[in-house]
Design a protein around this ligand. Sequence first.
Ligand code: A5P
Length: 216
Amino acid sequence: MELVETGMVLGLGSGSTATAFIELLAERVAIDLEVSGVPTSKATEELARRSAIQLVSLEDAVELDLVIDGADEIDPSGNLIKGGGGALLREKVVASAGRRFVVIADAGKEVERLGAFPLPVDVNPFAASTVRRRIERMGVDTRIRNVAPQRPFVTDDGNWVLDCHFEEIDDPPRLSAILSSLPGVVEHGLFLEMADTILIGDGSKVRTRFSEFAKL
Ligand code: A5P
């Protein structure tokens, strides 16, 4: 919250940590803070509406002052896996539109190497089986994320999510390039060289990490 100033246009993340932030933001907005935000999911949009936080679209807000979002894994250089909640497409677009991308997470998200958390891949449903076979050919177990047996989880944009169990990702930039090149892959959850600042909640303390890729 200390990074937020009146007049800012924010990117509002998704997930439980981002929700905690948005709830704090709402408390300040109810007093005197004037900000607007671009939500990264329908759930966050709902929450912001209920909290009387003014919403803007990406069309209206070309550049965002500050994007705040959670993460599923954070490596020592500040690369991330995101998308555990399935909102990775909008999260990546919003993060890329931010002048500053701040990640908020608890210490359990810090890892030496990305990949133990299954990497979410957002796929067009028509292409899901083909993409799945292509990724499995790399020797990786994949699952279509379901809400019930045989009922795929559908993203806010009508896509499906493949959870890919890489276990250890040796070369994240290479994997990112391969996944992005597969026809039918809309986006994947590797957020490389995107985070500027990472705030780690460690017990009752907050630790600030500056990523190797900080733009500021
Ligand atoms: C949503 O799609 C995700 O990218 C979340 O930002 C991420 O999963 C972190 O969520 P939690 O804060 O709930 O752990």
